[in-house]
Write a protein that binds this ligand. Structure first.
Ligand code: G6P
Length: 606
């Protein structure tokens, strides 16, 4: 989704803006632009395409330079990706960058058109820029407050007024924005990696708070214009952590980060060999009182919830319902005060997940967030938070965030099963001990990627693909399938292996490779029967199972094994080859692995 940056200080600001924007590329975008105070005027350059296209355009049109400016990467919502729809928007008097959606922009546009304003772009953002211009009578703060009273929807805004060179105003509602401070310099940004090259100190802007960055100083005001004191935060990772290092792509780096991410997430939550979530407010006593659990999330985070469902239900015998957030919100879910709603989100900013949480809170239901980004909206507003400590995840295709979300679900499941007496202390300790072995097992898998590279070479020309599995393997195969389709652009579906014969098997031919996941011992033979069904219809079959499993060599064209562990924990290791297969297939197809087309890392619109 859109990325916002802004800079005020002694540095050459175009350089800073371009660098900071490049650190937000992972969010997904289709155009870029900057506006800079140059010789007392606001000058703008913008271009469809990548930041490099903007740089090339500046070579032709002339580079703008100064010490105060705002920048933007746009992910098109209202209007196609084009130069004219790109941000910044505005005129010589006021110029803005915006992330979010102004829901009542048509009404505002009509109002402004009656006043004689002419619109160039199809964007909702241009209406805000023109409304600011329309209301402006010399006092920026009052103008912004008046505009905030008029606009509906979500926004993070960076605003510059021609009359106030060297000053940026920033405000947000339901879209993320941070304000960072260095020595005599200040920044705004959609996310922390954008500022790490310059400083680690930042403030989280709250709903409808207004920040004023003036010649390197920062002041905060509430929506009535009263000054506010805020607590400064310090980023807990540095620029290196948000870099690729020697890896060719962020995705493969993040796959390799997984063992460390699991350790950092799990270790502090194990006390004397037992799971302990008390620092997050989740005591055994509290956990065992919930009647039903709902897991609500989007994309990969939802898939982590599906694994969580199997594990919690199996171990703790508490009913778990998993919903995609955009559906949960509109299906009028039956929630009670005895239930728990778990929101899972890497970014903590996903609009649908955030709204689902608000719905749960309105119903008086407890909310627990499993979130990776510190201080994000979901983390701040949930009743309880368990942070996953994956560090920054830059690749759009989520890998290490999924892995640590799984880790947290295991901790919840073990705690709950122990709390309600479904497992003994000894059994609980054993499961915890198994969980702590996972990082080493993943290290082992990563030492020999060759089999996954080989599978990728077999899949590279496929148009369609099926993933099949039963039980936990089915939940896992959904994630495998999503990973492949989002970065390789090969159409792929995940199917419950036993359901295949009720329709979908009609698609199976030699043109339809099948990846079968069979790690659950009690279901192995049943899944193998389904494997035989597809193999006998000509499909190229890859089987993922655990070491030590007796397999008829003829059953599949390629067998990938991962180290054996308790069946319940197998998704944590078995997902790794699925991630690698997706990664290598994308590489072989020459795709932009980390920034797949049309996708955004953080989806802050509904
Ligand atoms: C986007 C990303 C996915 C991610 C989903 C949920 O669609 O491309 O990788 O799983 O959002 O994001 P969240 O930040 O809430 O986990």
């Amino acid at each position: 989704m859109c990325g916002i940056v802004g800079y005020v200080g002694a540095r050459e600001c175009t350089e800073v803006l371009l660098n900071s924007l490049s650190k937000l590329e992972y969010r997904g975008y289709d155009s870029a632009g900057i506006a800079v105070f140059e010789d007392g005027e606001i000058r703008t350059r913008k271009s469809k395409g990548k930041i490099q296209d903007l740089v090339s355009k500046m070579e032709t049109e002339g580079r703008i330079t100064g010490h105060c400016g705002i920048g933007h990467t746009r992910w098109a919502t209202h209007g196609e990706p084009s130069d004219v729809n790109s941000h910044p928007h505005g005129n010589a008097n006021v110029t803005i960058v915006h992330n979010g959606i102004i829901e009542n922009y048509k009404k505002i546009k009509e109002f402004l058109t009656r006043k004689g304003y002419v619109f160039e772009s199809e964007t909702d953002t241009e209406t805000v820029a023109k409304l600011l211009d329309c209301f402006y009578e010399g006092n920026p703060m009052q103008t912004i407050q008046r505009v905030l009273d008029e606009i509906e929807g979500s926004y993070a805004l960076g605003i510059m007024f021609r009359d106030y060179p060297g000053r940026i105003y920033a405000v947000r509602k339901d879209s993320p924005l941070i304000v960072a401070v260095g020595e005599n310099e200040a920044f705004i940004a959609s996310d922390v990696p954008a500022i790490l090259k310059y400083t680690k100190n930042y403030y989280l802007l709250e709903q409808d708070e207004i920040a004023v960055l003036d010649n390197g100083r920062v002041e905060f005001f509430d929506d009535h214009g009263a000054p506010k004191k805020k607590q400064m935060l310090v980023a807990d990772f540095d620029e290196e952590a948000a870099k690729k290092g020697n890896y060719p792509h962020y995705m493969i780096k993040e796959i390799h980060d997984q063992p460390v991410s699991i350790k950092t997430t799990v270790t502090p939550r194990i006390v004397n060999g037992m799971p302990n979530l008390e620092e997050c407010g989740m005591t055994y006593e509290r956990l065992k009182n919930y009647k039903n659990i709902f897991v609500v999330a989007c994309g990969t985070a939802m898939h982590a919830g599906l694994v969580g469902k199997y594990v919690i239900e199996k171990l703790a015998r508490v009913s778990v319902t998993v919903d995609v957030a955009s559906e949960f919100r509109y299906r009028d879910p039956i929630l009670s005060k005895d239930d728990l709603v778990i929101l899972v989100s890497q970014s903590g900013e996903t609009a649908d997940t955030l709204e689902a949480m608000r719905l749960a809170k309105r119903n008086g239901t407890d909310t627990l967030a499993i979130v990776n980004v510190k201080g994000s909206s979901i983390a701040r507003d949930a009743d309880m938070v368990i942070y996953t400590h994956a560090g920054p995840e830059i690749s759009v295709a989520s890998t290490k965030a999924y892995m640590v979300q799984l880790s947290v679900f295991y901790l919840i499941a073990f705690s709950l099963a122990y709390a309600n007496g479904r497992i003994t202390e000894e059994e609980c300790r054993h499961l915890v001990e198994q969980l702590t072995q996972v990082p080493d097992q993943i290290e082992e898998i990563l030492k020999t990627p060759e089999n996954c590279q080989y599978v990728a070479s077999q899949l590279v020309n496929a148009d369609n693909l099926l993933y099949i599995g039963r039980g936990l393997d089915y939940a896992l195969s959904m994630e495998g399938s999503l990973k492949l389709k989002e970065i390789s652009y090969i159409h792929s579906e995940s199917y419950a292996a036993g359901e295949l014969k009720h329709g979908t098997i009609s698609l199976v031919t030699e043109e339809m490779p099948v990846i079968a996941v069979a790690t659950q011992r009690d279901l192995f033979e049943k899944t193998i029967s389904n494997v035989k069904e597809v193999k006998s219809r000509g499909a190229y079959v890859v089987l993922v199972t655990h070491e030590g499993q007796e397999v008829d060599k003829e059953a599949a064209d390629c067998i990938i094994t991962v180290p054996s562990i308790d069946d319940l924990l197998m998704p944590m290791t078995a997902v790794v080859p699925l991630q690698l297969i997706a990664y290598y297939t994308s590489v072989l197809r020459g795709n932009d692995v980390d920034k797949p087309r049309n996708l955004a890392k953080s989806v802050t619109v509904e």
